[in-house]
Design a protein around this ligand. Structure first.
Ligand SMILES: C[S@@+](CC[C@H](N)C(=O)[O-])C[C@H]1O[C@@H](n2cnc3c(N)ncnc32)[C@H](O)[C@@H]1O
Length: 280
């Protein structure tokens, strides 16, 4: 009889040369995925038998991880803010840093209408709509495959009737105006892409990571277009890279935004810029 302990020990041994000190936690997460059990229950019952079909699911999951596939893509989801979001190779794996943007929106809100530019999995828009039960939201993305994931996530969270997901290029061609524009656009410079870990570089969509060049093109497009899709006195919230605060602040002021502020993430790094459009 093969026990959970044998499987997890073998998994750790296979994973260690590739993922180093993460091998232990990765092996338990993947075993939890394969067995459908909680990690705590696995740890307490390592002498339980593992069935051959479960072992085979676990072994394939380990094999995927050995190819540097992110855990969220293997198990199919990521916890973000208060919910579980479906994740596939077509969307950015939602990052804890992005919760800074959600927190900031909640401090300034509620807002009745929201547009999320580069919605990806929909994690920002859907988190805000779940906090504001009478708000409506539009999610824009350049990737059809990402929009399918966002729609699935809206369905799981019972938010379909309050959302509209559309293909688009930042603010272009959006006919309506909103009280809040949010975006976590791609902002890694082309040069910095080479230095990313293989989990990110090989598996997450390049279009979600970098606009190429100096990493600022999405901010240029959004700071230019957002005034056409915001209501008077509306708020713009942008996630930024830790070293982009001064440049993006200046860009927004050059486009007539006021009340421009930088907000830090839990590590004390600049992570979000907020700005307001002039009242009528
Ligand atoms: C950094 S990801 C953010 C995803 C999600 N909002 C989040 O925070 O996890 C950027 C998203 O912008 C989308 N995107 C890239 N270029 C775009 C464009 N020109 N217009 C609209 N969306 C774009 C990508 O497909 C990707 O989903």
């Amino acid at each position: 009889m093969l026990r959970l302990r044998d499987a997890v020990d073998a998994g750790i041994a296979r994973l260690t040369p590739t993922v180093g000190t993460d091998a232990h936690s990765d092996a338990f997460v993947l075993l939890a995925f394969a067995t459908g059990r909680q990690i705590a229950s696995l740890r307490l019952n390592l002498d339980d038998e593992i069935k051959p079909e479960t072992l085979s699911i676990f072994e394939s999951a380990v094999a995927q991880r050995l190819k540097f596939q992110p855990i969220s893509q293997i198990i199919g989801y990521r916890e973000f803010w208060k919910h579980r979001f479906k994740v596939t190779p077509s969307v950015l794996d939602p990052r804890p840093d992005t919760e800074t943007l959600v927190e900031q929106a909640l401090e300034l809100g509620p807002f009745k209408s929201i547009v999320d530019l580069g919605t990806g999995s929909g994690c920002i828009l859907l988190s805000l709509l779940s906090e504001w039960p009478s708000s409506l939201g539009v999610g824009i993305d350049a990737s059809d495959a990402a929009l399918d994931v966002a729609r699935d996530n809206a369905g799981t969270l019972f938010l379909t009737s309050r959302t509209d997901f559309r293909i688009g290029n930042w603010c272009d061609g959006i006919p309506e105006r909103f009280d809040l524009v949010v975006s976590n656009p791609p902002y890694i410079t082309e040069r910095a892409m080479d230095a990313l870990s293989r989990d990110v570089k090989d598996w997450e969509p390049r279009i979600a990571l970098t606009p190429e060049g100096d990493g600022l093109d999405a901010y240029r497009a959004i700071s230019n277009g957002a005034k056409n899709i915001l209501n008077p006195n509306g708020v713009l919230l942008l996630e930024i890279g830790f070293d982009q605060g001064t440049t993006v602040t200046q860009m927004l002021m050059d486009h007539g935004f006021f009340d421009v502020h930088l907000h830090q993430d839990i590590n004390g790094k600049d992570r979000v810029v907020s700005a307001r459009l002039a009242p009528l």
